[in-house]
Design a protein around this ligand. Sequence first.
Ligand SMILES: Nc1ncnc2c1ncn2[C@@H]1O[C@H](COP(=O)(O)OP(=O)(O)OP(=O)(O)O)[C@@H](O)[C@H]1O
Ligand SMILES: [Mg+2]
Length: 157
Amino acid sequence: MDPKTFHSSSQRQTQDLGEDFAAQLSPGDVVALEGDLGAGKTEFVRGVCRYFNVQDIVTSPTFAIINQYDGSLAGGSPVRIYHVDLYRIETQEQLRSVGFVEMVNDTSAIKFIEWPEKARSEMPDRHWTVALTNDASNENGRMIEITAPERLLITDY
Ligand SMILES: Nc1ncnc2c1ncn2[C@@H]1O[C@H](COP(=O)(O)OP(=O)(O)OP(=O)(O)O)[C@@H](O)[C@H]1O
Ligand SMILES: [Mg+2]
């Protein structure tokens, strides 16, 4: 599917785009969040967590590497949200020691990965990509491009 592009003019609007985006997600989904330092990846996840009725305050997992939140789906069933920041990860060994591989393959949870390029070979093939870039003409402007996971092609023969 073609990527969809959105424009945000504020922190709040990026959160709102995250909240709208979250409605499409199902347990098991993985979302790669691409973009420079300060692009707004964590703000986007704040909006996602609002959609899933997370009560905790969402903070950047800069030092913890993996934060987890308990939320609920639209129907009320519980769902675990993982928010990961791999910026400080340097080696495969570090990735393993924080439990990244088990976490990213947890089929009951929804996972958001900042700096996914640090785990290129561990990322599942099917994942969403949300890419945030600065808008050169506006200090608070961001372009947000969302690419859905490739659908499995089901053919009759
Ligand atoms: N349109 C916008 N969308 C999101 N954040 C914005 C926007 N305009 C300004 N900001 C500011 O940019 C910063 C984005 O910070 P955020 O922690 O979300 O970035 P990040 O991409 O997660 O960076 P890092 O890789 O360091 O974790 C915040 O300080 C926020 O107030
Ligand atoms: Mg962040």
